[in-house]
Unconditional design. Structure first.
Length: 426
């Protein structure tokens, strides 16, 4: 494949959204460092290259400020204000700013704190499954996978659970900008998102003020504590951290659960294996994240020229790190297109790598493990309805619009069964 071949350039076509792995496989084999004219970016698809890129000082996560500078005087006011608000997000900053923000937030994500949430997550999962079964629902995303993360995040931040609908709405509005979802024009999306972000930031400012006066056992209170140096997150930084946690946690976990369910149901032998041995859940989730994880692409901004596989990548270019392609690289994984719930070791990079590895990855794993295990236990006859699955046309995320399922469960079977205890193990 020549570098200017356009047949596989556009990752947002319906075909590429429905089955991105065939596109990624062709790029990975024939042109692993590929310039995409539609995306105006380099596409990296091999595991070694993507893994090394996470460590490269030539690539920057600080991609909002250059974008604002490039659009100075040309961007719509709503678009520029959204980007200005997002510059505080930890994930779009480099060291030393990123180092400080992550250090101050890390205490809220300690292993012990995440593990302690297991029982609460199990209760939430079973409550949502009760509602799903008794209500006769069919869409497992709209009535389960989409609801759970927002509920957990509300609890984590010490916000009323009743506010979870607002959390979901704000996350959706931000997704309009981050992932380009929806049928509106860019200007329409940004106007909608700006209104949502302003509401969200105002809400979190009030929540931060309340938690300063009434600290609790929640993560927001933990993030306010500061460190041994006397350093602490400012109000703006706390608000940005809450917004990032809401958006990243909601989108990623919803997709992890939904994609995991689809993959299991499309591989009945592996699904049967998990039903027969619930102890496989930990390795199963890692394999599901590798096989069809929630994030397809992460972006980086090039800050210094470098050479890669005979290509010169210049400062000012953009690079798309295609995690979904790297996680199926045959040079790293034996039979990468085969689902193996017992695969070990499994060095996938579904949550990134290095200093920018997802800070909430363990929480996402916890929720996904518990959700899938309870689904397997309580809905053992869960199956796809046969309706065509509609994958969202998104560059960054691997996400379904809905997930229609059948399950044969009756209201009398809605009572929770014995806990596997997986929710309390990390």
């Amino acid at each position: 494949m020549a570098s200017n071949d356009t047949t596989l350039d556009d990752l947002l076509t319906p075909a590429a959204s429905e089955n991105p792995h065939s596109v990624f496989a062709a790029l990975r084999e024939h042109d692993p460092v590929h310039w995409s004219e539609p995306h105006r970016a380099w596409l990296l698809t091999r595991y070694d290259d993507v893994s090394a890129a996470f460590q490269s000082k030539a690539l920057s996560s600080d991609r909002i400020r250059p974008l604002r500078a490039a659009r100075a005087g040309r961007a719509a006011p709503a678009s520029d204000r959204i980007l200005a608000m997002m510059t505080e997000f930890m994930v779009v900053n480099d060291p030393p700013i990123h180092t400080r923000l992550r250090r101050l937030a890390a205490g809220a994500f300690k292993q012990q704190r995440i593990s302690a949430m297991g029982e609460r997550v199990e209760q939430l999962v079973d409550s949502l499954l009760d509602d799903f079964i008794v209500g006769g629902h069919r869409d497992l995303i709209g009535h389960f996978a989409y609801v759970l993360p927002a509920t957990v995040i509300a609890a984590m931040l010490g916000a009323p659970i009743s506010d979870r609908e607002r959390f979901r709405h704000w996350s959706d509005e931000l997704a309009l900008v981050a992932f380009g979802a929806g049928g509106e024009t860019r200007a329409e999306r940004h106007e909608r998102a700006l209104a949502g972000l302003q509401d969200m930031f105002g809400y979190f400012r009030e929540l931060v003020d309340y938690r300063r006066r009434e600290p609790g056992e929640d993560m927001l209170s933990a993030m306010m504590v500061g460190d041994e140096r006397g350093d602490a997150l400012t109000e703006d930084e706390l608000v940005a951290m809450c917004a990032l946690l809401l958006f990243a946690g909601n989108e990623t976990t919803t997709n992890s659960i939904a994609n995991g369910v689809v993959t299991l149901l499309e591989h009945p032998d592996e699904f049967a294996k998990l039903k027969a041995d619930p102890r496989l859940i930990a390795t199963a989730v890692e394999e599901l994240l590798r096989f069809d994880g929630p994030i397809k692409v992460l972006n980086r901004w090039v800050v210094a020229d470098f050479e890669l596989r005979g290509r010169t990548i210049r400062a000012g270019d953009r690079v798309h790190l295609i995690l979904a392609a790297a996680n199926r690289d045959p040079c790293q994984f034996v039979e990468p297109d085969r689902l193996d719930l017992e695969r070990t070791p499994n060095p996938h990079i579904a949550f990134g790598k290095g200093i920018h590895a997802c800070i909430g990855a363990q929480l996402a794993r916890l929720e996904t493990r518990i959700a899938l295990q309870r689904l397997v236990t309580r809905l053992p006859r869960l199956r796809l309805t046969g309706e065509p699955l509609r994958w969202n046309e998104s560059l960054a995320s691997r996400s379904l619009a809905e997930l229609p399922v059948a399950h044969d469960a009756t209201p009398s079977s809605a009572a929770p069964g014995p806990s596997t205890g997986e929710g309390r193990q990390q």
